[in-house]
Write a protein that binds this ligand. Structure first.
Ligand code: PEP
Length: 266
């Protein structure tokens, strides 16, 4: 068990939207325009990232560029090989060309439906960092693990394996999202205390293998049914540096309100 590291000043809050398999290109243009319209200069104090499906990246990039927006672009997955015969896969260079700065890795839906493992997560983390993109690595337990009282050990192991062999400087620039599986898309969020406990534990595990400095700089997000009705409880927690938002990121008003709440919380 580890205590919270309070060096929150060094960490810019982050609100990242995971659009999952939602929004056609036309819809993505509309949503990104709406979010961009809601944004203002103050948003620069929060790192705002939107992660549309691959097929929307180019058009969302065009919208954000046209608006000179500070909102950053992220992808939802990547393949670790640089190129070649990997039908259906997308490389880091392809994401980089579209100015993606972030990429979600190891989301529980990819682990459950697409065979993602801690080993493939680690390969993706390394491939992204090698080209200067920042991974947002997801970890989180299912209800069986939580009910057995094994949550901290389970997520600690996911974190250790996901970041195996990664240098301290790269870890400091990266992001972990703690997303209990039972809270994703269910409307049943964790309690703020559960989120803080898990995020503090993750920071302690990172400190163990990468040192206290890297751990105090790395952003750790909470994700799982975070919305405008509960975010004010999560965002002020000392080890919660923001949110990875699924459902609520598909509504421009809700997503913008979450950014405003993150601005006020820290
Ligand atoms: C997610 O999928 O990363 C997520 C947090 O989803 P939701 O906010 O819908 O629970």
């Amino acid at each position: 068990m580890f205590g919270a590291m309070q060096d929150t000043a060094a960490r810019m809050p982050m609100i990242a939207g995971n659009w999952k398999m939602n929004k056609t290109t036309v819809e993505a243009v509309t949503l990104s325009q709406q979010i961009s319209f809601e944004s203002d200069k103050a948003w620069e104090a929060v790192e705002v990232v939107i992660c549309p499906p691959f097929t929307d990246l180019k058009s969302v990039f065009n919208v954000l560029t046209f608006d000179h927006s500070s909102i950053k672009l992220g992808a939802q997955d990547v393949y670790w090989e640089p190129d070649g015969a990997y039908t259906g896969a997308i490389s880091v260079s392809m994401l980089k060309e579209l100015t993606c700065e972030y990429c979600i890795v190891g989301h529980s839906e990819r682990r459950e439906y697409f065979g993602e493992t801690d080993e493939t997560v680690n390969k993706k983390v390394k491939a992204l960092l090698a080209q200067g993109l920042h991974p947002i690595m997801c970890c989180g337990e299912d209800l069986d693990v939580r009910d057995a009282g094994d949550t901290l050990a389970f997520i600690g192991e996911q974190v250790r394996l996901g970041w195996k062999g990664v240098g301290e400087e790269d870890i400091a620039k990266s992001v972990i999202a703690y997303e209990p599986i039972w809270a994703i898309g269910t409307g049943r969020a964790a309690t703020p205390e559960q989120a803080q406990e898990a995020c503090a534990h993750i920071r302690g595990v990172v400190a163990d293998f990468a040192g206290a400095d890297a751990a105090s700089k790395m952003r750790i997000l909470y994700g799982g049914s975070m919305n405008t009705g509960n975010a004010e409880l999560f965002l002020p927690q000392p080890d919660v540096d923001g949110g990875l938002i699924g459902g609520a990121s598909l509504d421009a008003k809700a997503f913008s309100t979450l950014v405003e709440m993150a601005l006020k919380a820290k």
